[in-house]
Design a protein around this ligand. Sequence first.
Ligand SMILES: [Fe+2]
Ligand SMILES: [Fe+2]
Length: 365
Amino acid sequence: MTISKEELDLAPAVREFGEDNNLDLSWLDTRGEWGVRAEPSKRGLTLGDIQLGSYGEPGDHSDNMTGRPRGARARNDAYRVGGYKIRSKADIWLSNAHVLYEESLQRQWSSATDVPWNTIKPLPDDIERAQCQLATFLTEVEFVAAEVPGRWLAATTPDYFEPRMFLISQVMDESRHLDVFRKRAFANGGGLMQRPNVTTSGTVGSIDLSNDFTEMSSRLHITGEGSVLTIFRMGELMAYNEAEKTIYRLAAQDEARHVAFGVMHLRYLAETEPERKEEIHCYLDEGEGALVAGNQNPASRDTAQSEALAILLGGGEKNFDEGYRKLMAVRKRQAREYVQRVRSAGFGERFENGRANQELLAYTR
Ligand SMILES: [Fe+2]
Ligand SMILES: [Fe+2]
């Protein structure tokens, strides 16, 4: 342990003051590693810059049940306030959660002032209704995308605070997405339409049922948000004004971060606990089934949502067939981006060994 010069100068004087005034200054001697000096890097003083010495990477398991900050000295009389279920590093860790968290803080935006709402002008009735149907769907999707990670915050030990704080930033992002699509529904003489049929909207229904963090993350970040990210990236094709383009562009930036979290977490898990890979493949089996549900039989897909997309992509009801063709191109792109993501996460073998959903693979060709 290093004691700084300032501390050497100060401590005797403080101790003397304590003795003279009958103060218990024993806390002066109980501390974590001392003499740490973090230097700002090119993006300022980041969480990565303070991962120093014993404050750096946490251990593979955590027995911290008291809320003690990572690296602080324990206090024997501390209450066990934390019912943390996530105390194994591989359950939630990824190599760059702190980078994604910092990025999130630096790229926050305001749905009130960063979207040029005044560029929205009256639209043909069929387009406005389709836009409002899509906004209704996305309002619900974004609600789920905030609620589900939110449930894991209090379950995670403070020793793994970097991924935990990333999830807090995700909850903020998704709240903003909810509010921006809700605002869009009311911004041009429309309103909300019928809520989506969640039982046929892919994995939305089952995300909430996950009892394991990685199970949840594979459904939410990889399958669910991955699909939404593709739609936002194609937002230019569905936008009728600068306001809508801006909404899709800014929301896509946030979604890319959430998806990256899921990919990097799966990669970490695959590398550190390869014995769990088979289990993860099972979640992916299920997710792929949900991704293609209704492609062969459109009746089993949530038709309101798909038809709204087709109307927006085609430029009105009169061009529905053209719009539907474009929608199928979007679905293809969703499938391709999904395959890339799963490969990058370290589970690409499923595309070589015949395990992947064949209908999904056909979409990538
Ligand atoms: Fe979102
Ligand atoms: Fe998201």
